[in-house]
Design a protein around this ligand. Structure first.
Ligand SMILES: [Zn+2]
Ligand SMILES: [Zn+2]
Length: 319
């Protein structure tokens, strides 16, 4: 099971600024001076080995869109945030003009950051393409049509070339989608959101974004521990620091890195991937949250180590 992240930022897309790039170059050059890099060979090795992720790369700025490979010729994705534009180009590159793509989409909810990429999702414009948009909310079709209606967008939803079907799922009830057994779970979020557990060939993955976990209600905690139980990968909304999550941003509908680790440990999860990054955080800040989270896991580790990563646009994980 391969997972590809096309959008990992929460609430609104962001881009690197000129100031961000200048800061990365400055940090890299200061380190290079320190290390005495003065030949092309040393420079190559320095780039490969001495620069951390937040200097050399970027977490990226697209809002949520995560692809799960199916190996069947059909495509499967969670949410249609701004990352869906790049996913659409990827799908077209692997199908068109030979075949019209078949795409299954699973929606956590219809807040704007999770649907805004759809009007730029190329397969929606292809005659003969089939799009199945799954979700538990009654308003999904209305939300997709509304964001493409005048005066907000030039191409009305009704003019899209693809055959688009909306499929209603029921929380707690498993359904087969593109070869996966998919089970939705209601989550705490304004207007509700749903997490999804995907299972196939003894492997399991949970996509759980836009979900606030309080850990105050033992019954609710137990439900999520069961939902995450022994998952190979949990993609988790870790938008806030613990301090923010329990103070100024309580009831804003998102969770912290620390709560993510606690739930994952209780459930025996193998890999926790932090997702839906705060748009105000730069790469250094996200990396430092990741480092803190890894340290917290090491201090609280039980019998099994929990692998922790922070998602970035373009990341691929094999489950
Ligand atoms: Zn969101
Ligand atoms: Zn939301």
């Amino acid at each position: 099971m391969r997972v590809r992240f096309w959008g990992t930022r929460g609430s609104i897309p962001v881009a690197l600024t000129s100031a961000d790039i200048r800061r990365k170059i400055e940090r890299a050059l200061v380190l290079a001076l320190d290390k005495g890099v003065n030949t092309p060979e040393k420079l190559q090795s320095f780039i490969d080995n001495d620069l951390d992720f937040s200097i050399l790369q970027t977490y990226g700025g697209h809002s949520p869109c995560v692809e799960i490979e199916t190996g069947t010729g059909e495509f499967l994705a969670c949410d249609m945030g701004s990352g869906a534009r790049a996913l659409g180009a990827h799908i077209m590159g692997h199908t068109w003009p030979g075949t019209a793509p078949v795409v299954n989409i699973v929606m956590s909810h219809v807040h704007w950051d999770h649907i805004m990429g759809f009007p730029f999702f190329a397969p929606a414009y292809v005659p003969g393409a089939r799009l199945r948009i799954h979700g538990c909310h009654e308003v999904i079709e209305q939300a997709f049509r509304l964001q493409q209606s005048a005066p907000c967008f030039p191409v009305d939803f009704a003019r899209l070339g693809a055959n688009i079907e909306f499929v209603r799922l029921e929380p707690g009830k498993a359904t087969e989608i593109a070869g996966y057994r998919v089970t939705p779970k209601l989550q705490r979020h304004t207007g509700d959101s749903y997490g999804y557990r995907f299972e196939r060939d003894g492997k399991s993955l949970v996509y759980s974004t836009d979900s606030e976990h309080k850990l105050e209600d033992p019954a609710e905690t137990a439900e999520f521990v069961e939902f995450f139980r022994d998952a190979d990968l949990v993609i988790f909304d870790a938008m806030y620091s613990l301090l923010d999550a329990v103070s100024v941003k309580e009831d804003w509908g998102h969770s912290s890195n620390i709560v993510g680790v606690e739930l994952a440990q209780m459930a025996g999860v193998r890999h926790l991937c932090m997702f839906h990054h705060e748009p105000a955080f730069n790469d250094e800040r996200i990396q430092s949250v990741l480092n803190e989270t890894i340290r917290f896991e090491e201090l609280t580790r039980g019998e099994r180590a929990l692998r922790i990563t922070a998602a970035y646009d373009g990341m691929e994980l094999d489950v």
